[in-house]
Design a protein around this ligand. Sequence first.
Ligand code: WTA
Length: 649
Amino acid sequence: MSAENNIESVLNENRSFAPPATFSEAANISSEEQYQQLWQHAKDDPAGFWGEMAENLTWFQRPESIMDGEMPNTKWFTGGKINVSYNCLDRHLETDRRNKAALIWEGEPGDTRVLRYQDLHREVCRFANVLKDMGVETGDRVTLYMPMIPELTIAMLACARIGAIHSIIFGGFSAEAVADRNNDAQARVVVTADGGWRRGKEIPLKAAVDASLDKSPTVEKVVVVRRTGGDVDMVPDRDFWWHDLMDGASADCDAVQLDSEHPLFILYTSGSTGKPKGVLHTSAGYLLGTTMTSKWVFDLKEEDTYWCTADIGWITGHSYICYGPLSNGASVVMYEGAPNWPDEGRFWEIVEKYQVSIFYTAPTAIRAFIKWGNQWPEKYDLSSLRLLGTVGEPINPEAWMWYHEVIGQQRCPIVDTWWQTETGGIMISPLPGVTPTKPGSCAKPLPGVVPDIVSEAGVSLDVNQGGLLVMKQPWPHMLRTLYGDHDRFIETYFSTIEDCYFAGDGARRDEDGYIWVMGRVDDVINVSGHRLSTMEVESSLVAHEKVAEAAVVGFPHEIKGEGICCFVTLKDDDGTDDLKAELTRHVRQQIGALATPDQIRFGASLPKTRSGKIMRRLLRDIAAGRESTQDTTTLEDFSVLAKLREDED
Ligand code: WTA
């Protein structure tokens, strides 16, 4: 790709916020020198560095070698024996943590449960015995299709304890999606619940499992947690109540000593085409990555109350509700339901009630909070917060500023963490005690992460040139394969740029070495030969006081090649032609004539995946006036689409 084919960056953000001195003094990584030294050590001698870090885990047998082989087939900690569940539970029982809250859980209706480390350990041991009694063996696959209840964490750790591989399917997926994933993983057992609560309604889960089972021949048994009390059909000899099985189960269950590379879980992530990809993570490397990044990025301390609002059905929940924080012996808040139930203050009520000190959420949630208004967070005491985080997509600078001012009250560092299902853990992020933050930038690579920004020919680009974000060195928590399809694994991640991992994002690096992720490279529009990142136009729109959220896509344009179409949701519903003209002027003024929107369409909401990502591909079809060929099984709310189509002039 020639220089002029790189992605042009038009976002100009100069604000910068240094970490408060009191935060830095107490931080797990507390100075730029310390960060530099760790990063350089990891780059020059990755085996030496990760070997040292591995001392943070408890091994049954220490590894003989740290890393073997080149990316993408690097093996980590060969010869080592370890158990992830042991590291998240048993090792804490020998310390004062045995009486510490591991899980502080709140259901949507307001019911609560607290499990101390010894309680969680007991329940995990019992459920591990239940699985064993059902004939589940090391290496077998178990599907977990559950609401956000403690039994989900218990089931994950029980699988890990006996070396069964869990495959968690987010509770919003359909029976069809469950069947596909059961089949791809050849799952033997499904653990589910009668249902879960969401916005006051029961989301039925067991009924979807029933519907999936006709098409999932490998599944032999189903375990059902009673959560909502809703009606379910129980098929004799196939379906069992969780509480019946647990009643008779012993709380004595040794953690199996597993090889470092023993698979821990499969997590399906949608590809741009074709069937979902079964991202496979293994034991020691993944555990080490999530343990260390939790310590570094969330600065976890013994007294913290940590809350990640993700659903465990996504990688963020796997790595930063369950494995990372529990391996560190943290107290983890887990909430079952919606942020606006019974009202829009629910999250802030939870922060106040449990004195949450670390809060980790997604930009899409932050934009919703802004839309709902400051009166909600202002009703509650948020002074317990000391650190905020975001993940999932680029955060628009204006949303960042709101988070900083209204939630963080200018006191809390914000860690904008870039990573992916495939990377297993956080890769690029500010260190909260070290890195001055710039709104919209995920800042710098963590120790052990060696990124570059390159052209399509693989040539490193200069400062402020947008290109492809790649990883040049393997890291312990990277995916090992796509389950059952190693060729697709190589093709998807390692064939674009030689000797590098590439998973689809565009980025630039500024003069201070800060990385600015510009979104998926498929989200680039080519306007009159200039390749623009749609995310930057979106950020400009969101910076307008009337705009709540925006998604920008290209559409075929006779003259410019591609035109700019903006789908906009407003804070108050007053989408007039005058406002369209005003927004057009606003973007033109902020970014330049090049980025002048050709179309602005107002809608009540945007089509999103169930994990909150805007489905731009779908919007591209609408903008071009095409019928959509896109797989919409992950779409959260179909009515949104119909409404946007109606708005076509
Ligand atoms: C995007 C979520 C900008 C990115 C952990 C990535 C981000 C994809 C950020 C992975 C961030 C995630 N800034 N973009 N801080 N975090 N992304 O697999 O496009 O659900 O490739 O993993 O989300 O999404 P996934």
